[in-house]
Every structure is written in C-alpha cells, then in structure tokens.
Ligand binder design. Structure first.
Ligand code: URA
Length: 194
C-alpha cells in the first residue's frame, strides 16, 4: 500500500470511529521532513475542511515565514481531529472548549499511526495538548520543555520532538513573544541543519 493509501485508510477508520463529529483531517505534503501538530480544529477549520485556516492560519503563516517555509511543503495535523465545542451559556452559540484527558487518550493511537505513515524527521507540537499526546505524559507542560529538541520513539521508530507554544497563546500573552521567537530561531537552525 502506498503512503497515500495508508493515510486514506487510517482517515477512513478515524471517520468511522468518530462518526457524527465535525472532523478535519491532516493536510499538506506527506513526504515532509516536518510534521506540525496542533490541538484541534475550530469553527473556521470545520467550515473549510482544513486545519489552521482563519485567524489560526494567519498565525501559522507568520510562524512559517520565520522558518522560511511554505505551508504546502509541510504536513499539518491536529492531536484531536474534530471540533471540541460546547454551548456558551452567554451567547447560546457553540464555542471551543479544552480537550479532556479521555479525548486525548482516545485519539493518541490514531495520531501515532498517522506519524508512522508520514515518517517525518521532526515533530513540532504546538501547545500542551499535542505535547501530552506525543509523550503520553499528562503532566507534561509546554512551559518546561519548549524550545528543546528531544529524541523520541513511537512504535519503535525514532523522531525528533520540538515542542513549541501554540501560536494563539502568543496573542493572549505578549510576554511570550520573545521566548517564542527565540524558539523559532532554534528550530530554524535545526531544520536547516546548521
Ligand atoms: N486550528 C487548528 O487546526 N488547530 C489548532 O490547534 C488551532 C486552530
């Protein structure tokens, strides 16, 4: 089975397992050396059927420009591939909500299989949720491990994990901006082999 076929099969299994959810699957170059993993799709992603569009996409593009990288050349996915939402008591409309530990766990195996099909060299996690998914450590905190490269194994295959803050968290916490840009510089040197 080709890489593309394996991925399609996995995504079919995912759709069956999570039937009825607002699903957005991974997107980009399946031969990329870099896999970017976000948390979960939001409203815009569901509407357009692609991860990281709308405001999140704008942040992501800014992030990629620091790395001198084009979006189409990397693969982008989410730790949880459906929208996590709840009804807002204030507006009566759906709003995003954080992932539960059970939801992260239920999605982990799919994510690991996706990684073992794509086989990137570098796994860049954005924020706490994908960090927890990848490490399987629910006490892991991005504040403690961001910007440091770490060798990891998933189903006996070796990868290099580079945890980053979620680009959206920089908007809410401007003091993180410098730290984040320093992490991006490090990542840029690593992926360019310098
Ligand atoms: N959009 C995504 O697809 N993932 C995120 O983590 C945030 C926005």
């Amino acid at each position: 089975m080709s890489k593309q076929e394996s991925l399609e099969k996995l995504y079919d299994d995912y759709r069956n397992h999570f039937e009825g959810k607002e699903i957005v699957l991974g997107d980009g170059s399946i031969d990329s050396m870099i896999l970017l993993i976000g948390e979960a799709p939001g409203k815009d992603e569901v509407r357009l059927g692609r991860p990281f569009v709308g405001m999140a996409g704008k942040n992501l593009n800014e992030f990629l420009s620091h790395l001198n990288m084009e979006r189409e050349k990397i693969y982008i996915t989410n730790a949880i591939k459906y929208r996590l939402s709840e009804v807002s008591p204030q507006t009566g409309r759906l709003k995003n909500r954080p992932a539960t530990k059970e939801e992260i766990k239920e999605n982990m195996d799919f994510l690991y299989k996706e990684i073992n099909i794509i086989m990137p060299k570098y796994i860049v996690t954005l924020g706490n949720v994908p960090l927890k998914s990848i490490t399987g450590d629910f006490n892991a905190s991005i504040g403690a491990v961001h910007g440091e490269i770490k060798q990891i194994y998933i189903y006996n295959e070796e990868f290099f994990l580079f945890p980053l803050y979620h680009p959206a968290s920089i908007i809410y916490n401007r003091s993180l901006k410098e730290v984040y840009e320093e992490d991006l510089r490090k990542l840029s040197l690593i992926v360019s082999g310098k």
